[in-house]
Design a binder for this molecule. Structure first.
Ligand code: GTP
Ligand code: SPV
Ligand code: MN
Length: 594
């Protein structure tokens, strides 16, 4: 497949270490994919679903001990601990290589070593990058051919270059005690052992496109962010692009594909999806910030996805999709998950493969759910009815607004605009959100998650903040405007106040109007808030008083918030940029005046 000496040398090392019975290059061709699917079904890795209703679709169940990313077993192995910073687990590279090689040694015995050459981003795009993953899992191969661009062309584009990311995945025994997801940013290398789950093993995604790429972006002057990218088309046919960073399972896929409320659709508003999870951004020739989606598919949260909440995501899963850890409807050999519809299958297998029926379901007890709360679909982006024309173009789309957000039951208002780039970086650096099922561990605990990158930043978070500030200086008056949103404010009964989903379009319109200088706002201690009349409530069952309640900036709540940000900032020591310290002081002063 290639004569690239750096590739061949590394593959020889991998063969020697892993001792596979055979080596198979993955070329992404339809024939090869079909053969892999058949083999995966034979060995029980995949279950073939109803091909009339769901052509090309399959179900996979992971080991029940292996259902989410494992942040406590994820490491950034830089030469010094200082480079990885206070928010990452760190280990000395030499020590970690030894430990991982000892675990992986001989683990492909009796198996095939699949070699996957892939491009993150349209092949040949100036923003795209090449990776090669070796794996012993056909499931990983079949996911990678959906999530990335796998083709021999990738190797042609790479030529003799050494600028590619090495990825070793070995499922080993799926032993949670020996599970490690390790990154060596200075060697462009990722090693993942003892997992078979999503973000732990599809090494192009979080490991490369965020952890390694954030490090590369820092060194090379660009940005790799945990952001969706959408195009908002107005009735004049003009499209403005927004990139939004929300933590895992906080609504990126949903926002990226939203369907505007009917009255806006009638006027001609549309949303186009460029990406739903990751954004790589570079300053273009005209000085603006341009973004590409490095991925080629969606690895989306299944529960809660339905025709009303996310029609376009559901459509995307109707063909050539792999479902992981959802329920199997035995009556028609299709899939089901909580929130898909109001008709749970009478005769089903839950995500672990045990018999299940609706009488077993207890809302308060997640262990009775048919689908795992972090069950996922892997769907080709080309299936998405609203995929942007720009998706496959390598130049990227110019970003008008960057939006941060998270799950905050009480604190953050529905939307606010930062005062300028530096203030926006402060807002991102102070972000917090309630934890979700996307990572192993407690759910619903508020934690600081700067720019939604806490689990994904491949270097010292203080340096990362400084990098953001530097990008702002380079962008100058061409910098995107920065906003913060919160769809998750709750009332006293714990119900979400804002309808969310498609209705988030009402907020996006205000954001774009602000970017174009068309909408008014009120200045508050934390930034610019819309006047209640600025958020269009047409056709919505919500009165203006309720809207006001979720736009409110509460002095006591925010004073406590500022104290927590102070605590959070202490972690970064003298790596915390002075400009952010000043922003916090200014916030405190503003609150004191309220
Ligand atoms: P990752 O793939 O883990 O990065 O997640 P994501 O950020 O793409 O989140 P996703 O869009 O898949 O949404 C996760 C969960 O949040 C789903 O259960 C959605 O139903 C729910 N959700 C998304 N948008 C909204 C919203 O606007 N309001 C409410 N209340 N829930 C939402
Ligand atoms: C996330 O957790 O943010 C995801 C899913 O997008 S995973 O690929 O498993 O990281
Ligand atoms: Mn994500």
């Amino acid at each position: 497949m290639t004569t690239n000496k750096t590739v061949l040398k590394w593959l020889d090392e991998m063969k020697e270490l892993l001792t596979p019975d055979q080596v198979v290059w993955v070329d992404g061709s339809e024939e090869q994919i079909e053969a892999f699917r058949a083999e995966a079904c034979e060995i029980g890795e995949l279950h073939k679903l109803n091909q009339d209703k769901l052509p090309g679709c399959y179900l996979h169940r992971t080991n029940p001990n292996d259902v989410a990313r494992v942040e406590d077993r994820t490491f950034i192995c830089t030469t010094t601990k200082e480079e990885a910073g206070p928010t990452n687990n760190w280990c000395d590279p030499a020590q970690m290589y030894k430990k991982l090689y000892d675990i992986a040694r001989g683990s492909y015995k009796g198996k095939t070593m699949y070699v996957i050459p892939y491009s993150m981003g349209p092949i040949g795009s100036p923003i795209a990058k090449v990776g090669i993953e070796v794996t012993d899992s056909i499931y990983v191969v079949l996911n990678m051919v959906i999530m990335t661009r796998v083709s021999p062309k990738v190797l042609e584009v790479l030529g003799d270059s050494n600028d590619w990311v090495r990825g070793l995945h070995s499922r080993c025994d799926v032993d949670p005690e020996k599970r490690y997801i390790c990154h060596f940013p200075q060697d462009n290398t990722i090693i993942s052992v003892n997992s078979g789950y999503g973000g732990n093993v599809l090494l192009g995604k979080k490991c490369f496109a965020l952890r390694i790429a954030s490090y590369q972006g820092w060194k090379e002057g660009w940005m790799a962010e945990h952001m969706l990218i959408l195009g908002l088309e107005n009735p004049q046919g003009e499209v403005r692009y927004i990139a939004a960073a929300f933590p895992s399972a906080c609504g990126k896929t949903n926002l990226a594909m939203l369907i505007p409320p009917e009255y806006l659709r009638e006027k001609g508003y549309k949303i186009w999806t460029v990406g739903d999870d990751i954004s790589w951004m570079k300053i273009g020739p005209d000085g603006r910030l341009y973004a590409i989606n490095p991925e080629n598919g969606f690895f989306g949260v299944a529960p809660g996805t339905n025709v009303h909440s996310n029609f376009n995501a559901l459509e995307s899963t109707k063909k050539n999709t792999i479902f992981t850890n959802v329920a199997l409807n035995l009556d028609d050999n299709t899939v089901w998950w909580e929130g898909l519809d109001k008709n749970p299958p009478e005769n089903a297998l839950e995500w672990k493969g045990n018999a299940w029926n609706p009488s077993m379901f207890v809302k308060a007890d997640k262990s009775t759910y048919a689908a795992h709360p972090n069950s996922r679909f892997t769907a080709p982006a080309e299936n998405c009815p609203c995929i942007s024309d720009e998706f496959n173009k390598g130049a990227g789309v110019p970003i008008s607004a960057i939006v941060f957000g998270g799950r905050r039951a009480k604190c953050a208002p529905l939307v606010y605009q930062s005062k300028d780039w530096v203030n926006g970086v402060f807002v991102g650096s102070a972000m917090a959100s309630e934890t979700t099922a996307a990572a192993a561990g407690a759910v619903g605990v508020v934690r600081r998650d700067p720019m939604a990158m806490l689990p994904f930043c491949g270097y010292h978070m203080g340096d990362y903040f400084a990098h953001w500030l530097e990008m702002g200086e380079k962008l100058g008056d061409k910098a995107p405007k920065i906003f913060n949103v919160n769809w998750f404010r709750t009332d006293d009964e714990g119900n979400f106040v804002w309808p969310g989903f498609g209705d988030n379009m009402r907020v996006l319109n205000w954001i774009i109007d602000r970017c174009e200088g068309k909408a008014t706002a009120t200045e508050t201690a934390i930034g610019y808030i819309p006047q209640p009349e600025d958020i269009d409530l047409t056709d919505l069952d919500m009165d203006i008083e309720t809207l006001k309640s979720i736009l409110k900036v509460d002095k006591d709540v925010w004073t406590k918030e500022a104290e927590e940000i102070e605590e959070h900032y202490k972690k970064f020591g003298d790596k915390l940029p002075a400009a952010l310290r000043e922003q916090l002081d200014a916030l405190k002063a503003n609150l004191a005046k309220m």
